[in-house]
Design a protein around this ligand. Structure first.
Ligand code: HEC
Ligand code: HEC
Length: 271
């Protein structure tokens, strides 16, 4: 039904972008938030974020302690995989500066099993709802890694990754990734996570997980519809593109090439 419409109709996608920009502008103006019913206020990464709804006891300090030391119920310390400052690395995604609502939804999905992953499921299951909310709040407040490369406005159609990121493929009803994830893939607000600097292998796995129903559909099933329109070659190209955007910053470790499945190892246009 209508969930696919934003992807098949240029006008609707533009409307969606307009709504996003309006939300972002609202945050910039620091106007009192007037969130749509049922959804948390949209806030940009790095800004003090009020605790997500239904988690009034979320405490960034409690989150910090679990991140550093693990939990009493046996959840492993997050820093051992996600880095001291949530910066990610190797095949582990970055968490720093990502929306609290997004992070909490992911931890809840690992905990209830709807997001499949043999490493994160037992960790999330060992955390209670309040601890998951506290961790989400803590990571949302950590600064995102320093400046990623700006999006290339002059993307060439030969560079599939950069082209899909900046332009999409309208013949196929595929909007540009940048429309929802921001011009440099830095993420937008609470619900559109960053892509810049995420490990290529991780991005590949997430897109394939949506194609294979191994990850919950997320807001409006937007990514299910996006992933369905991407070929394996598109996925490899766009993953390498976004992984490459983070390499400007010395705080982000380079993507470990061996972790990229052979089929995706060829370079999608990264310098
Ligand atoms: C042993 C390594 C390991 C530890 C420890 C670990 N993680 Fe993870 N984490 C992973 C891996 C691997 C993934 C990618 C899962 C996937 O592919 O779906 C991940 C993914 C995530 C994601 C999803 C990120 C996104 O962008 O969707 C969140 C959130 C997360 N971890 C939070 C945590 C928290 C909080 C802790 C500490 C309580 C933690 N992790 C501890 C390995 C780990
Ligand atoms: C219409 C909006 C929209 C467009 C266009 C879009 N995305 Fe997304 N994307 C989302 C939303 C919303 C999420 C969060 C999904 C969730 O909460 O599970 C997301 C999540 C993701 C994730 C998971 C990130 C993580 O940390 O786990 C990846 C990878 C991703 N998108 C890649 C892409 C790529 C590549 C493109 C372009 C080919 C794209 N997206 C285009 C809305 C969009």
């Amino acid at each position: 039904m209508s969930v696919l419409d934003p992807l098949t109709c240029r006008g609707t996608a533009a409307l969606l972008t307009g709504l996003l920009m309006a939300a972002a502008a609202q945050v910039h103006a620091q106007a009192p938030a007037t969130p749509p019913p049922g959804s948390p206020a949209i806030a940009l990464p790095g800004q003090p974020t009020p605790p997500p709804e239904a988690a009034p006891q979320a405490s960034a300090e409690a989150g910090r302690q679990i991140a550093a030391k693990g939990s009493a119920q046996g959840a492993a310390a997050c820093i051992s995989c996600h880095g001291e400052r949530g910066e990610g690395g190797a095949s582990f995604p970055r968490l720093a500066g990502t929306g609290a609502a997004y992070l909490r939804a992911q931890l809840d999905a690992f905990a209830d099993g709807s997001r499949a992953n043999p490493i994160m499921q037992p960790i999330a299951k060992a955390l209670n709802a309040q601890e998951r909310a506290s961790l989400a709040l803590y990571y949302s407040r950590l600064p995102a890694p320093a400046a990623v490369q700006p999006a290339r406005a002059d993307a060439s159609p030969d560079d599939t990754g950069a082209w899909l990121a900046a332009r999409g493929r309208w013949s196929d009803g595929l909007p540009a990734c940048a429309q929802c994830h921001g011009p440099g893939g830095q993420g937008v607000g609470e619900h559109f996570p960053p892509l810049a600097g995420q490990p290529a292998a991780y991005i590949v796995e997430q897109l394939k997980a949506w194609r294979g129903n191994a990850r919950p559909p997320g807001p409006l099933k937007l990514m299910v519809a996006v992933a369905a329109k991407l070929s394996d070659a598109d996925i490899a190209a766009v993953a390498n593109h976004y992984a490459g955007l983070g390499q400007q910053s010395s705080s982000v470790p380079a993507v470990a090439a061996p972790a990229v499945p052979a089929a995706t190892a060829h370079n999608g246009g990264k310098p």
